[in-house]
Design a protein around this ligand. Structure first.
Ligand SMILES: Cc1cc2nc3c(=O)[nH]c(=O)nc-3n(C[C@H](O)[C@H](O)[C@H](O)COP(=O)(O)OP(=O)(O)OC[C@H]3O[C@@H](n4cnc5c(N)ncnc54)[C@H](O)[C@@H]3O)c2cc1C
Length: 536
């Protein structure tokens, strides 16, 4: 009998395993793929060229997780980019963000916007600080039954209310805007020039299949701001060796404390006995019994594939069927013979803009049109492409003089046949990949010819490869009705699922997606309490 068995060795499953093992629990992690890490892995995709396969940049990984798991001692090193973002706009104009030059750069387009930047940043930071604290807590849960449980939740709510009160009324209003507005409306209020709104607004549509003017997209923007790199808040950086370096370090931390981490070990079903989760059966037919069964999977995948609906409370099962999943994300890795040469900022030498997140989407209007186009055509014919060239800050990824680039492209339809009957992502994949390369080519002529090899992942590929239902990078939309006390379902925000002994530790739980380690950490805290209670 194990104390805990974890289905899935994504970064949250590994984090959860490490915390449980540190608390002295006997834990086994079962990962379906041949390598742990889920969407945070590094793989060789062309001889001599390695890159992060899905997630590609780090900021949200919580400093407590880094410290508690001693990830640096297990080999993790995170470096900053020279500047945060570079937006080529047309043949002559561009915007650089970060590296101490945002104000001067924005001033090229609007003196008023340049003046407002500091206040914008300060207010966003103040709200992000509140989020930084909230993400580490188990949200107040709606409970039925014994009043003692309700009192505990009430105390939790009181603590949160206090934290919000400390913000003051003015910033509470800002917080309300950020939780309910669209990113577009929020940014239109602050700024008048398109480039800076595009730079910031991109965060509102990353993984969020929506217009930047869809209510709720401002929260997605905020969600991308609560991270830090090496103590610098809001900054995004690169893990040397790619995102796999994070999860390899996590696996080492878990193993060092005695967790058994197995790969090529897919789980077929959850064993349910007398209304309680009692263990799992692997695809190979091995039964592993445990006091706690912990899922790192998208909730739809867990409940609709590994469990019998009849064993779940009907209203809970209905909710899971309604769980909104589906990012409009198309992900490519390319091996490059040389760095791109942008018409608006010529040069192939490793310049600061080559280290940036290069956003090819000049305005919020462009992003909105990309979404409308994807809804009707299956993919945006003028797509949004962010390109990152990690080999400019990490020599371990490509042969000398060569480079690897991550292309993170938004808006494609997660369910292509629903808009283009008869077509699937398997037959559209290459056509869309060509379009993404042609989009970069518009800003950097010669880019297409420099591509030596590519690895392409459509939303369907993300689902098949990583179990990301609908290609959803967050395991479920970050919408108000799927956040905080209602993630994944109202009444189950405390990582405890409707069957006793069953828990959720992945991005489908609070506080949601991104390589944070937080759902894994928070879930472990609750599980340890329950397992200790049961042992005594
Ligand atoms: C294309 C893309 C780009 C992204 N970019 C970034 C980024 O730059 N920065 C960032 O912070 N976040 C990024 N994200 C989001 C982030 O990667 C995810 O939100 C996060 O990795 C989720 O982690 P997780 O551990 O909860 O789940 P996952 O990483 O999804 O792990 C779940 C694991 O469960 C395994 N599994 C599935 N079914 C079974 C089964 N039956 N039995 C056993 N194992 C199973 C899977 O193989 C997988 O390893 C990106 C995601 C994608 C897809």
């Amino acid at each position: 009998m194990h104390d805990a068995v974890i289905i899935g060795g994504g970064h949250n499953g590994l984090t959860c395993a490490a915390y449980l093992a540190m608390a002295g629990l006997k834990v086994t992690v079962l990962e379906r793929r041949a390598v742990v890490g889920g969407a945070a892995v590094t793989e060789e995709f062309h001889p001599g060229f390695r890159n992060s396969v899905a997630a590609y940049t780090v900021s949200l990984l919580n400093p407590k997780v880094i410290a508690d798991l001693r990830l640096d001692a297990h080999g993790l090193r995170i470096v900053e980019r020279k500047i945060a973002n570079f937006l080529p706009l047309d043949d002559a104009h561009y915007l650089k963000v970060g590296g101490g030059r945002t104000r001067e750069e924005v001033g090229k387009f609007s003196a008023r916007d340049a003046q407002r930047l500091d206040t914008y940043q300060a207010r966003l930071e103040a709200v992000a600080d509140v989020l930084r604290a909230l993400v580490l807590e188990t949200p107040p849960n709606i409970v039925e039954g014994h009043p003692f449980a309700a009192i505990a939740e009430l105390i939790k709510s009181g603590r949160i209310a206090n934290r919000l009160r400390n913000l003051g009324l003015d910033l509470q209003r800002e917080l309300l805007d950020l939780f309910t507005n669209s990113a577009g409306d929020y940014l239109d209020h602050w700024f008048e020039s398109a480039p800076i709104k595009a730079a910031y607004g991109f965060d509102g549509i990353v993984g969020n299949y929506a217009s930047p003017y869809a209510p709720g997209s401002a929260y997605v923007l905020l969600h991308h701001c609560f991270g830090e790199v090496n103590g610098k808040k809001g900054v995004w950086g690169h893990a040397i060796g790619g995102m796999g370096a994070i999860t390899q370090a996590m696996a080492k931390a878990a193993a060092a404390h005695g967790a058994d981490v197995r790969t090529s070990a897919a789980v077929r079903e959850v064993i349910v006995e007398k209304g309680r989760a009692a263990g799992v059966v692997t695809e190979a037919g091995e039964a592993i019994r445990a006091r706690a069964v912990i899922s790192n999977l998208n909730p739809r995948l867990l409940y609709l594939r590994l469990m019998d609906r009849a064993g779940l409370p009907p209203s809970f099962a209905d909710r899971i069927e309604k769980w909104r999943c589906g990012s409009g994300t198309f992900r490519m890795n390319v091996a490059l013979a040389e760095l791109p040469d942008f018409t608006c900022l010529p040069g192939r030498d490793r310049a600061e803009h080559h280290t940036a997140g290069i956003i090819m989407a000049p305005s919020l209007a462009y992003m909105e049109q990309a979404y409308f186009d994807a809804r009707t055509h299956g993919w945006s014919r003028e797509p949004i492409v962010e390109m990152l060239i990690p080999s400019t800050v990490d020599d371990s990824l490509a042969p000398k003089g060569r480079h690897v680039a991550s292309l993170f492209c938004q808006h494609v339809h997660p369910d292509l046949p629903s808009v283009l009957p008869g077509r699937t992502w398997d037959d559209a994949r290459d056509e869309v990949a060509d379009l993404m390369i042609a989009t970069v080519e518009k800003f950097a002529p010669g880019f297409g010819a420099s591509v030596l090899a590519r690895r392409v992942l459509s939303p369907l590929d993300l689902e098949r490869e990583f179990g990301l239902t609908g290609g959803d990078i967050f395991h479920g939309a970050l919408a108000l009705d799927q956040l905080f006390s209602s993630r994944p379902v109202l009444g189950h925000a405390d990582y405890r699922m409707p069957l006793k002994g069953l828990y959720l530790c992945g991005a489908g739980a609070h506080p949601g997606g991104g390589v944070t380690g937080i759902p894994g950490r928070n879930a472990a805290r609750e599980i340890v309490k329950d397992v200790r209670r049961r042992r005594h």
